[in-house]
Design a protein around this ligand. Structure first.
Ligand SMILES: *Cc1c(COP(=O)(O)O)cnc(C)c1O
Length: 383
């Protein structure tokens, strides 16, 4: 027993490097927007989840400053002990109003919202059926719950139906989980079909609106609104950190669901309440999302313009501001990302194990000017 018990870590890192799977951070300077400063250069930013350009909006910054001055930097305790303030409740009311649900609950991140919600709703006697491309937080929430986990082929409703038919009745409760906008692909779940199947098989349905909130639907409420399914009994999870430009997560649904989660979701009960600054910034963002519809209009104009110009290249199917250029290997994706960077464009390579096939992932923002989009088209066309 003389071996160093930690020596496997270096070996494992070597394996990661050899597979071209190695990742590291890059330091961005200043405020993030449609352009960013990286390595002393200004690059056009196609890597941001800040779809509406709110993360650097002065009104969000001002709301964060005012809340910090009034309540301090930390919320100092969990919501059920000493951390709960009126501003948390105001944000929850604003989310429920946007989502047209009875109530909502704010978590410290979208990741924690999924972990806590799934772990609270199902257990050892229950079944989770999950789209194979679901976000990591849905997958890890499923593991944490201890339920039996099955996955269905991406967007394949018939596969889901077959699995429900075969396995549903062997379990007490069943939870179907899906991203609404798939985060690494940009395609959409077929929500009306999922709602119908969930009804037929007496199953709960959890939809993760992380990339849809603020982006999809007439008022920015998400895919539930986009598909005309507002008012359906659903578990809607999402984040405050993408189009809402802040930090935190939420669950929206019936009053009894939210009341239950306040009593049973471990990642809500046993963690410190969201900071005053993040909470106030998110509330300010929801107001802007609802009032300034021109931001969403501009985003979709950009998306449609770019899609049309890129009709000749190998884009993966997408119905959202997320667009992916499919590439054969991780090495090719890395080379393409370098080529883009040289041309002044920041759009990272997404590789296994995050996704099954390598790609360059583009996120369009409302604040991208047409000449910036044009530059991306030129580099893609040259390739
Ligand atoms: C980003 C994301 C999350 C996590 O949200 P955070 O607030 O960043 O923790 C969860 N689900 C999906 C689909 C996401 O894209």
């Amino acid at each position: 027993m003389s071996n160093n018990p930690y020596s496997w870590i270096e070996k494992s890192l070597d394996t990661i490097r050899r597979a071209n799977w190695y990742r590291s951070v890059q330091t961005i300077r200043g405020r993030s927007g449609a352009t960013i400063e990286l390595d002393g250069r200004s690059l056009i930013n196609f890597a941001s989840n800040d779809y509406l350009g709110l993360a650097a909006d002065d009104r969000l910054i001002q709301a964060a400053i005012e809340a910090t001055k009034e309540f301090g930097t930390g919320s100092t305790g969990s919501r059920l002990l000493s951390g709960h303030r009126q501003l948390h409740r105001d944000l929850e009311v604003a989310i429920a109003s946007l989502k047209q649900t009875e109530d909502a609950l704010v978590f410290s991140s979208g990741y924690l919202a999924n972990l806590g919600t799934i772990a609270a709703l199902v257990g050892g006697r229950d079944l989770i059926i999950s789209d194979e491309y679901n976000h990591s937080s849905l997958k890890n929430g499923a593991k944490l719950s201890g339920a039996k986990i099955l996955s269905y082929t991406h967007l394949n409703i018939e596969d889901l139906r077959a699995k429900l038919q075969k396995y549903r009745q062997q379990y007490r409760r069943c939870l179907i989980t899906t991203d609404s906008v798939f985060s690494m692909d940009g395609d959409l779940c077929q929500l009306p079909e999922l709602i119908s199947l969930a009804g037929t098989f007496e199953s709960m349905l959890l939809i993760d609106e992380a990339h849809a909130t603020g982006v999809m639907g007439k008022t920015g409420a998400g895919c539930v609104e986009h598909f005309g399914c507002s008012g359906e009994q659903l578990i809607q999870v999402g984040t405050l950190s993408k189009a809402l430009g802040s930090l935190g997560g939420y669950v929206a649904g019936s009053a009894s669901l939210i009341d239950f989660l306040r009593n049973r979701a471990p990642s809500w009960i046993y963690t410190t309440a969201l900071s005053p600054a993040d909470t106030a910034a998110a509330t300010a963002a929801i107001k802007i999302v609802r009032e300034e519809t021109q931001r969403r209009d501009r985003l979709w104009q950009n998306v449609n313009w770019l899609k049309q110009k890129l009709s000749g290249v190998n884009l993966l199917p997408s119905e959202s501001p997320i667009m992916c250029l499919g590439l054969e290997t991780a090495a090719e994706a890395l080379a393409m990302a370098e080529k883009l960077k040289t041309a002044g464009i920041f759009a990272p390579a997404i590789r296994p194990p995050t996704v099954p096939t390598s790609r360059i992932r583009i996120s369009v923002m409302a604040t991208h000017q047409t000449d910036r989009l044009q530059k991306l088209v030129e580099v893609f066309d040259r390739n």
